[in-house]
Design a protein around this ligand. Sequence first.
Ligand code: GDP
Ligand code: IMO
Ligand code: MG
Length: 427
Amino acid sequence: MPVIAIIGAQWGDEGKGKVVDLLAEKVKVVMRFSGGDNAGHTVVNPYGEFKLHLVPSGIFYPHTVCIIGNGVVINPTVLISEVDELNQRGVDTNRLFISDRAHLIMPYHILLDGLEEELRGVKALGTTRKGVGPAFTDKTARLGIRAGDLLDKEALRERLQFVLEYKNIILTKVHGVNPLSLDEVYSGYCRYAERLAPFIRETSVMVEEALNEGELVLLEGAQGSLLDPDFGSYPYTTSSSPLAGGGCLGAGISPNRINRILGVFKAYCTRVGSGPMPTELKDEVGNLIRERAHEYGTTTGRPRRCGWFDAVAARFTSRINGFTGAAITRLDILDTFPHLKICVGYKLDGQTIDYFPASITALERCQPIYEEVPGWQAPTTHIRQYEELPPEAKQYLARLEEFIACPINLVCVGPRREQTIVKTPIF
Ligand code: GDP
Ligand code: IMO
Ligand code: MG
């Protein structure tokens, strides 16, 4: 049986959580493979509304095993409170597992995320300040502490002592703030160890076994492809790969196991944090989308920047991920507009281009070239059959499909699990 990767195709917050919650019904394993609690995945189902930052969105089905993979960085406090909240609200978390190879977010990562943002001044990245970037930096710098380290308290203390000496030099000498106490940090992480030890496993073996037994596995992407450190609007990116390719590394499965790659797109664009966004609308239309859709960050509450669908960026993310299908979410937000615009090219220094430039300064100068299409001006939130959508909505989707160059599998018309139209079955 196959692996389906659910991938953010824009700048994050496309509705991956909703899509995973919907598809997980038929799935044995749901696995997060990247990011950390910078992610905020909203799920609205019979248990209520949840904003998940680390726990995979498949947790609501009693038969689904949920794994936080090796490619995720984990803040233990956030994870423990998320588990507690789920339990209090009647959701069982006994099938949750954590990779022993996943790195931990430490208190100095959170401190450094904020301090580094302050130092960047007007060039601040607008990070979520959750310590995710500094934790991935330490992973690459070979200064990380991993979930598996919590299982051996003596070795944990020795490792922490070594790393903290180094981190305290940075905190005091570079940033001029107080050092962290080894005893305090160590005793805090020993407490987390008590809570998290039962969840920690060699998880890549669990996925392998599920696949060998013919089960279906979902990889739950975090962030969006345009935040990828290689292919996104660097340096205004996140620090781990949200792409389908990142799924193999962050879950510990072979590329030849992934059979379907579903790109999740909003029917328009949003971005939270700094960096260029060619179709951003800084006018009344942008405000209207934000208020109608309540576009405020799930993790930080910051207003999201809103704009028309960017088909140049969409074609790019479809290509680098190799999407086999797409989910278009939030179609209902466009229900009231008499006309819609799709960005079909960019004007760059007087030239028309049809690609997403690598250079940040070029991207900042790109002006969108729009194609205007008629809106449908009719409610869609109650519709469950593709044929019942207004003709203009079908035309809009057909036009997006041409740019994305893969079939649209799902169309979402509301936040609830059942507010979904299957246009083309995934299998
Ligand atoms: P994620 O990070 O990709 O999981 O997305 P977020 O949860 O951060 O943001 C997506 C928002 O859109 C959430 O508030 C969802 O409840 C909501 N949502 C998802 N699909 C739809 C849809 O089709 N229509 C509407 N109105 N809201 C949706
Ligand atoms: P989900 O999974 C939207 C953005 C931040 C910032 C940049 C770097 O909910 O789609 P970071 O804290 O990662 O160092 O911040 O990345 N960002 C997201 N934007 N959705 C997300 O996740 C994001 N995760 C990070 O706003 O611009
Ligand atoms: Mg989100």
